[in-house]
Design a protein around this ligand. Structure first.
Ligand SMILES: C[S@@+](CC[C@H](N)C(=O)[O-])C[C@H]1O[C@@H](n2cnc3c(N)ncnc32)[C@H](O)[C@@H]1O
Length: 298
């Protein structure tokens, strides 16, 4: 059986993204979080008049799969295995801009959770890695086994908004004294035991917030987003659209604030655009997605 790349991740808010993009004929669109290429494929189909699509991802496995999926449009696409925090520098260095639109669809893909084997899921027993880019040096196991307990507590509280942060950090501190925590299953069951059973959340796994927090820390997700939000307006044409989809309240606040404070941008979405009920029914992972859009003014 051949692998269908389209089945590895469902693009969220797809129609809404297509409605907000408005490239000129001969224009350039950047998909800064290519993932499985779902948004990019739809963009290439919907806007055949664009001259060029720049597809970027920090995950080499994702990039390889997306480039296979997008092979019919190969001559129009430049792929970058890079961090979107370097997007502005790259586009300027390679003289690929200014561009008509940039899309960032944050977080991780269903492929990374389900199939990458890198310990992103509390439902699997995999090495505790969680790096989106496997050539960076610090893994989730490094953080969990080496950070002081207070620092771990801070990460769980701030990145995961986990009210049981102190208890979980203490449990990690205790268990790692006996032997290192090296698998996703070990971490998940430790968290499950650290949170009193009657306080286990009803709709999500008790380790959801811990896994999210550690992943954000390993990949320095907030730092990268902050830099990208400041620099990307530099490469936009006047009238170009900047679209960001986030899944975390802190990220959404960062995007809202950055768009509002940037004099180069005019905010097009007073409130974030969220998925319809039918989209959430079809793709429950979309439930926390929020899209904000700004237009370059000058
Ligand atoms: C939600 S998925 C994108 C899915 C994609 N829109 C699709 O339709 O298939 C997010 C992707 O962004 C990538 N990513 C996350 N942070 C990144 C960063 N700082 N730089 C580049 N890629 C990043 C992840 O590796 C992942 O493949």
């Amino acid at each position: 059986m051949t692998l269908d790349i389209a089945d590895l991740h469902e693009p969220v808010l797809l129609q809404e993204v297509l409605e907000f993009l408005s490239p000129e004929p001969g224009g350039v669109i950047v998909d800064a979080t290519l993932g499985m290429g779902g948004h990019s494929q739809a963009i290439l189909e919907r806007f055949p008049e664009i001259a060029h699509l720049i597809g970027m991802d920090r995950d080499a496995d994702a990039l390889a799969l997306a480039s296979e999926r997008l092979s019919p449009w190969r001559e129009k696409i430049t792929f970058f295995h890079a961090n979107f925090s370097d997007l502005s520098d790259l586009v300027q260095a390679e003289r690929l801009g200014p561009v008509d639109g940039v899309l960032m669809d944050l977080g991780i893909s269903s492929f990374q959770i389900e199939k990458s084997g890198r310990g992103f899921s509390f439902r699997k027993d995999e090495p505790l890695d969680m790096r989106m880019n496997s050539s960076t040096s610090i893994t989730a196991a490094d953080l969990v086994n080496q950070l002081p307990e207070e620092k771990l507590q801070e990460i769980l509280l701030y990145y995961g908004e986990e009210r049981w942060a102190a208890k979980i950090a203490a449990a990690i501190g205790k268990i790692r004294k006996e032997s290192p925590i090296i698998t996703s299953r070990q971490l998940a069951s430790l968290v499950e035991q650290a949170i009193p059973r009657r306080f286990h959340p009803k709709r999500i796994h008790p380790a959801t917030k811990t896994f999210q927090a550690i992943r954000i820390a390993v990949n320095r997700e907030f730092e990268n987003l902050k830099k990208a939000l400041t620099e990307i307006p530099e490469i936009l044409k006047a009238g170009a659209r900047f679209l960001v989809i986030s899944f975390h309240s802190i990220e959404d606040r960062m995007i809202k604030q950055a768009f509002k404070e940037d004099e180069r941008l005019n905010v097009l979405t007073k409130r974030p655009v969220t998925p319809s009920k039918s989209e959430v029914d079809l793709n429950p992972r979309s439930r926390s997605a929020k899209l904000r859009v700004a237009e370059k003014v000058t």
